[in-house]
Design a protein around this ligand. Structure first.
Ligand SMILES: CC(C)(COP(=O)(O)OP(=O)(O)OC[C@H]1O[C@@H](n2cnc3c(N)ncnc32)[C@H](O)[C@@H]1OP(=O)(O)O)[C@@H](O)C(=O)NCCC(=O)NCCS
Length: 117
């Protein structure tokens, strides 16, 4: 990963293996190698409830902790976004701050279960 890429987004397309259908995106909206990054994710509504984003973020998060050498990963979501909040909490993110309508989540590398089996 070249330092020149810092400050730019890094987005993956999510494609169903069986059909090749493009169903969503996920990745780092911004990051600083060796420090922190912020993830974003978006799945077509038709494909909610199948675990696709859990599986995708299960790859994107360790990529951040290993290839990008991040110490912390953040995610910001509307407080009313129950699905996004449930997903983040299942992945081990904890609430770092709450504003009027946003929940800010954080995951530290030492708390990522798959980084230290
Ligand atoms: C946030 C978002 C990605 C969550 O989608 P999702 O489908 O709930 O999340 P997943 O793909 O991980 O699926 C999890 C659901 O699938 C179910 N599931 C079914 N099979 C599964 C499997 N094999 N593995 C894991 N979960 C599975 C889970 O039980 C869970 O359902 P539940 O939430 O009703 O308990 C989606 O709502 C979205 O794209 N929203 C619009 C964009 C957005 O809000 N982005 C966040 C901005 S920060």
């Amino acid at each position: 990963m070249q330092k020149a890429l810092q400050g730019k987004g890094l987005t993956w397309a999510i494609v169903l293996e069986a059909s090749g259908e493009f169903v969503g995106t996920c990745g780092y909206e911004n990051f600083v190698i060796g420090q922190s990054g912020e993830i974003g994710f978006d799945l077509a509504k038709l494909h909610w409830g199948h675990g696709y984003m859990s599986e995708a973020l299960g790859v994107v998060i360790p990529y951040g902790f290993t290839v990008l050498d991040l110490f912390t990963i953040e995610a910001h979501t509307y407080s009313s976004n129950a699905r996004a909040r449930r997903l983040l909490e299942k992945l081990g993110f904890t609430i770092a701050a709450v504003t009027e309508d946003l929940h800010c989540y954080m995951l530290a590398r030492e708390n990522w279960p798959y980084a230290h089996p």
